[in-house]
Write a protein that binds this ligand. Sequence first.
Ligand code: SAM
Length: 239
Amino acid sequence: MEIRRFFVQPSDINGDLIALSGDEFLHMTRVLRYKVGYKAVILANDGKERLCTVSRIGDGQAELVVDSVREVDKKSVNLTLYAGLLKNNKLDFVIQKAVELGVDKVVPFVSANCAESKFSSERGARIALEAAKQCGSAYLSEVGDLSTFDSIAEEFCNYDSVLFAYECERKTSLAEAAKGKNVAIVVGPEGGFTREEAEKAGANGATLVTLGRRILRAETAAIVASALVLDSLGELRYE
Ligand code: SAM
């Protein structure tokens, strides 16, 4: 039987005992038909895999005993992707690829040229959870609530570097601007950024960067920028 992966909160771990509840419990018992004695890999967003045995199922939760723990992934960089809201649920694709790459947080935002205004962070979180399980990540990327351009611009001061992918930028490349351990990337919606938004981003400490002479689709830009930054900061290595 395939040993399946489940995510818990660090607070669900008490020594060698782990409590699994909520949607992950329902998935374990109703969909995967887990029974006492079955094996599972439990992840708590800390880079560790805990091989466990189900010891009890009941009262809306499963109790597991930890058999062994191994550290599988040590992150040295934290990357946040601020992504302009896209039409036709294309942000789902961006979230899925960002998780596969190891982006830590995806924050959707509405800006002047957005043609969309609705976003479900619950749906986004479900996509992130499934992507994390599929790619074997030992971390669970966060999907933020829908924000505004002004509110995300206020957050730029929290990062070592903020890379603002601006279609009118001609000089600075992503790689030369990516610095530090806590980095953010900002990518616009299909309609792009206004000059005022680019100026405001610069005034708030972001570095305007180009992704080359071709205009990439927003979803392409988000994925390419994430991969370039993670690679330039040494995260796309197999250690
Ligand atoms: N409407 C814009 C235009 O026609 O110039 C294109 C916007 S593009 C589809 C969506 C977003 O992807 C942009 O706001 C930017 O963040 C990013 N992007 C796409 N191509 C880029 C490039 N060559 N350099 C920098 N950013 C780019």
